[in-house]
Design a binder for this molecule. Structure first.
Ligand code: ACO
Length: 430
């Protein structure tokens, strides 16, 4: 293949350089397109746009490949690293050695509590407030307490900021649940590991410590790892967009939470369970559900199916499905929603509508069933996704800030409104 692409406009030929990524994907460098040709590229949902160069996560959607810093996602299932280790890998680009991991874990332990003044914020939210709204507001509120991280020039300062955020998101998440139930806050436990500490803050009571089942802790650890990064998805692109204005790390990640909330993105894990639940309670059969998903006159979609990038089985869904069987068997849970999910998957995979469009189960299709088995309430599902995705957002924000060539993100538009016209005073309008 040539290393140049030619574009002909009004008979004039313009040349653009082609460059190649580590895994062979080709990109046409359009950074000077408008300056050279006077035209802009039109691609409203950015399906063909590479918005950055990144060394964090690699996806091949056709082959169903996902790698963090080069390591295939399946190895995080077989090798069983801790979520904290994977977070460090994503952020700093290499697996931490024992000393680095111990130092980072210590920072997480020391920063698990939130500022006492932040606790009053929870009182201001209505009891019915969606936990994702609380999470975003509280992460943004961290900016008020840690202005020393507004501009970060040194690596160890960045590590401090990252540790605060990764540790505190878990406390904020658990407290948002506790306040929605009118339960007292449970302080983080210094001896518990990341996932166990979260479960402790969620489910312990002042009169009784929650006994963390190792199977639940392992499953949660894996679930968080599987969500930890997914290159330039909607929420990550949001974090980068906000970060490109040099907004601080907390503000940028708070924006990421808002983007993740939507049902076409992280909110799909909640939508999947609601869909399975409504099938189970008898309003609709799996066959009718598939029919509705195919009906062009219906806005219904098979939630947990399809992906902008994966046109084959989402590798995370494969790992989660396996984990789902394991967790349910270990906990002795017989969830009828799993049977429905399996039936829907079976029907969809042999249906030409889904086959032709490359629609397969995504990460959210089975994650809700595991979370349910762990006792995590449905309204917290997308919050769990956010806890998992946070290291990815931090890694992407850091990469962007270390890139000296990065500029504020500012897409163009194609204006299709009125041509110039005159203002009409109010009394003269019809
Ligand atoms: N059910 C039924 N039909 C679907 C579905 C679905 N879940 N997903 C896509 N399609 C169809 C569309 O109707 C469209 O059909 P058409 O070509 O005949 O018009 C075709 O497949 C392509 O769909 P798009 O919406 O153009 O695909 P896009 O890449 O924009 O959307 C998305 C991807 C948002 C994930 C979509 O598949 C979807 O809505 N899925 C359900 C929500 C979901 O599970 N989201 C989680 C994604 S993973 C994540 O964020 C962690």
């Amino acid at each position: 293949m040539s290393d140049k692409a030619a574009l002909t406009i009004d008979g004039k030929v313009y040349e653009f350089a082609i460059f190649t990524g580590t895994e062979g994907e080709k990109a046409i460098d359009m950074t000077n397109l408008r300056a050279q040709t006077g035209c802009v590229a039109y691609d409203p949902s950015y399906a063909n746009v590479g918005s950055c160069k990144s060394a964090i996560t690699y996806i091949d959607g056709e082959k169903g490949i996902l790698r963090y810093r080069g390591i295939p996602i399946e190895q995080f299932d077989t090798e069983k690293p801790n979520f904290v280790e994977v977070a460090w890998l994503l952020i700093f680009g290499k697996l931490p050695n024992k000393k680095e991991l111990a130092a980072f874990s210590k920072k997480l332990t020391e920063n698990a509590a939130i500022h006492e003044a932040m606790k009053y914020h929870f009182e201001g939210f209505p009891i019915t407030a969606p936990p994702m709204a609380i999470l975003s507001a509280m992460i943004n509120a961290l900016s008020c307490f840690y202005p020393q991280f507004f501009t970060i020039h040194e690596e160890d300062v960045f590590e401090d900021a990252a540790a605060r955020l990764i540790s505190k998101i878990r406390t904020i998440a658990a407290y948002s649940y506790r306040s929605s139930r009118g339960r007292p806050f449970i302080a983080p436990h210094p001896k518990l590991r990341y996932c166990a500490n979260f479960l402790h803050m969620m489910f312990s009571e002042p009169y009784e410590l929650y006994q963390v089942d190792p199977a639940v802790e392992d499953a949660l650890n894996l679930l968080l790892i599987l969500h930890a990064d997914h290159e330039q998805n909607c929420s990550t692109s949001t974090v980068r967009m906000v970060g490109s204005s040099r907004a601080n790390l907390f503000a940028s990640c708070a924006a990421g939470v808002c983007a993740l909330w939507g049902p076409l993105h992280g909110g799909a894990n909640t939508a999947v369970i609601e869909m399975l639940q409504s099938i189970h309670t008898g309003n609709i059969s799996p066959e009718d559900c598939i029919k509705m998903a195919k009906d062009k006159n219906s806005s219904f979609r098979l939630m947990g199916f399809g992906h902008r990038v994966y046109k084959s089985y989402d590798p995370r869904a494969r790992v989660i499905k396996k984990q789902c069987d394991k967790v349910l068997a270990t906990l002795g849970v017989n969830d009828p929603l799993l049977d429905i999910a399996l039936k829907l998957e079976e029907l969809a995979l042999k249906d030409s509508f889904f086959q032709e469009r490359g629609l397969y189960p995504n990460v959210d299709f089975y994650s809700g069933i595991i979370l349910r088995a762990m006792g995590i309430p449905v309204e917290m599902f997308t919050v769990m996704f956010a806890i998992g995705r946070l290291p990815g957002w931090i890694a992407q924000w850091r990469e962007q800030h270390l890139d000296a060539s990065s500029r504020i993100m500012r897409p163009r538009q194609i204006y299709i409104g009125n041509k110039q016209r005159d203002y009409i005073p109010l009394e003269k309008r019809g």
